[in-house]
Design a protein around this ligand. Structure first.
Ligand SMILES: [Zn+2]
Length: 250
């Protein structure tokens, strides 16, 4: 009872509104900040277009990578980011919404908890598809300078949400991202080639990576080149198999 009064009071002070349509969120919860109901209304959520099926997504990535340069075994995405401009007939209900404002808020407006809420949504899809047996979840790392500036890696927050559902460890120290602005003059020719080949390198704590089955997580899938580069590094470091999962397909 007291909690309800308190939450009602908070609602007046700082009401939650839908990040898509800006309507007041009556079902928002102040006790659980990791629920999507705090960020998007049911109506907008129901109209988010789902991503294409895994086979279609993988075929799209495979077009960019020939034969054995494809390091990803499978890929799953939860939403389609851009609502395709489908020719609508007058009687067709074509009022789909977009996940973009949520991904934007997570990445650029410091709304960290939204990442966990989104991650749970992705985790539930993976669970439904039976994609649950992994050694660990690995978020695609961002440059350390960018992470310091932003205060967090948005993919790590998503990975934590998936981990809530699948009950798996999140490994953030298996791989790291190169800082390209660093001078390459101290590298040998061979190391330089590796540096160009991949934006990723061994992290500060890669124990456990040998033989690991990895779920690699990123916020958005575009061409898949970032995911594939990170997956390539993980395989080179001894991982056995890499499946990928992203919040949205661009
Ligand atoms: Zn809404």
């Amino acid at each position: 009872m007291l909690r309800l009064v308190y939450e009602g009071f908070l609602n007046i002070l700082a009401p939650h509104t839908c990040l898509v349509c800006e309507s007041f969120l009556a079902n928002a919860s102040y006790s659980d900040n990791n629920t999507l109901a705090n960020y998007i209304c049911q109506r907008c959520f129901d109209r988010l277009p789902p991503a294409p099926r895994s086979e279609e997504l993988l075929a799209g990535i495979a077009r960019h990578f020939s034969g054995d340069s494809l390091a990803i075994h499978s890929i799953t995405a939860r939403f389609q980011r851009e609502t395709a401009s489908i020719a609508s007939t007058p009687d067709e209900d074509n009022d789909s919404t977009s996940i973009t404002p949520l991904l934007y808020a997570l990445k650029y407006h410091g709304v960290q908890r939204l990442g966990r809420a989104l991650g749970r949504e992705l985790g539930e899809l993976l669970q439904m598809l039976g994609q649950t047996s992994y050694t660990a979840i690995v978020p695609v790392p961002i440059h350390s300078a960018r992470e310091r500036e932003r205060g967090y890696n948005q993919s790590t927050r998503i990975a934590e949400g998936i981990a809530d559902v699948l009950r798996l460890p999140v490994e953030i120290a298996w791989v790291r991202r190169h800082t390209y602005t660093l001078s390459q003059t101290n590298f040998s020719t061979e190391e330089r080639k590796l540096n160009v080949h991949s934006a990723f390198a061994v992290g500060r704590s890669p124990e456990g990576i040998k033989g690991a089955s990895v779920l690699l997580v990123d916020d958005i899938l575009t061409t898949g080149s970032t995911l594939n580069a990170c997956a390539t590094t993980l395989l080179e470091l001894g991982a056995r198999r890499i499946d990928a999962a992203t919040m949205a397909k661009a």
